[in-house]
Design a protein around this ligand. Structure first.
Ligand code: F6R
Length: 263
């Protein structure tokens, strides 16, 4: 795992958006796995900015979102479709037919989930998966005890996740209790994974993901099984890492190697 500790969320968003834009320049039909929540907002605004000044074209890009709440219609202000439209899609030129969300409406959700997985495969797999992490270690809505081999399916949200997200709702009763989410197995098939985490609330989850044993109880720890994961952290979310000084030194040495290579 590559652990990059930065001063703040803005610096992380600069680095992550630069990685995505560079990949897009190399592969105009990039397949992106996308997250919602507060963590990726800085990345999304930078992608929109780059598009609007004409630096990049998203017309051949395909996207797959990680998760969506069960039974919320797309125009519901708390739905992840609504969030994505507002924070990203409305500012880019992605063709609507290339935007995908896990299924949360209509009959035969298991069958629809299988077709979601098949669609990802048909598109050649996810090139870059963007992730946040829950304070309980969830990635996507793979809550603690999710199988490390899980695929897209409906999950019941834990009390902790409901509480973390309750700021968006008037009362717990109106908050959806279930969501469709890509599985941990699905996420691990992405070619590259970029995870961002900010704030002290994420410090335990980050520590478990990076330095803990691989365990279904801390779903982020499954990322240790993936060959190309980078974590972009601010100083608070990184504050419980026992090898923090080492990760900083690795980054400095990487920078030395980059400069040495460019000579
Ligand atoms: C959202 C998602 C979740 C969030 C996590 C962190 O699509 O998959 O795993 O990334 O709950 O949420 P924020 O960014 O709001 O702290």
């Amino acid at each position: 795992m590559k652990v990059v500790v930065l001063e703040n969320a803005d610096q992380a968003a600069d680095r992550v958006s630069a990685e995505i834009l560079e990949a897009l320049q190399k592969k105009p039909d990039l397949v992106l796995g996308l997250a919602t929540g507060s963590t990726p907002i800085g990345v999304y605004s930078r992608l929109i900015q780059a598009h609007q000044v004409g630096r990049v074209d998203f017309s051949r890009v395909t996207t797959f979102n990680l998760d969506e709440y069960l039974d919320l219609p797309p125009d519901h202000p708390q739905s992840y479709r609504f969030f994505m439209h507002k924070s990203l899609f409305s500012g880019l030129n992605i063709h609507p037919s290339k935007i995908h969300f896990p299924p949360t409406q209509g009959p035969d959700l298991p069958g629809q989930c299988e077709r979601y997985e098949a669609r990802i495969k048909d598109c050649g797999g996810i090139d870059i998966q963007l992730l946040g992490i829950g304070s309980n270690g969830h990635i996507g809505f793979n809550e603690p005890t999710s199988s490390l081999a899980s695929r897209t399916r409906i999950k019941t949200l834990t009390e902790k996740t409901l509480r973390d997200n309750s700021r968006f709702y008037e009362s717990l009763e109106t908050q959806p209790q279930m969501a469709a989410t890509m599985g941990i197995g699905t996420i691990l098939e992405a070619k590259k994974i970029l995870l961002q985490a900010f704030g002290i609330k994420k410090a335990d989850a980050v520590r478990a993901a990076v330095e803990g044993p691989v365990s279904a109880f801390w779903p982020g720890s499954a990322l240790q099984l993936h060959p190309d994961v980078s974590l972009y952290l601010d100083s608070e979310s990184a504050s419980k890492l026992s090898l923090l000084a080492y990760y900083r030194r690795v980054e400095q040495n990487q920078e030395y190697l980059r400069q040495r290579d460019s000579k």
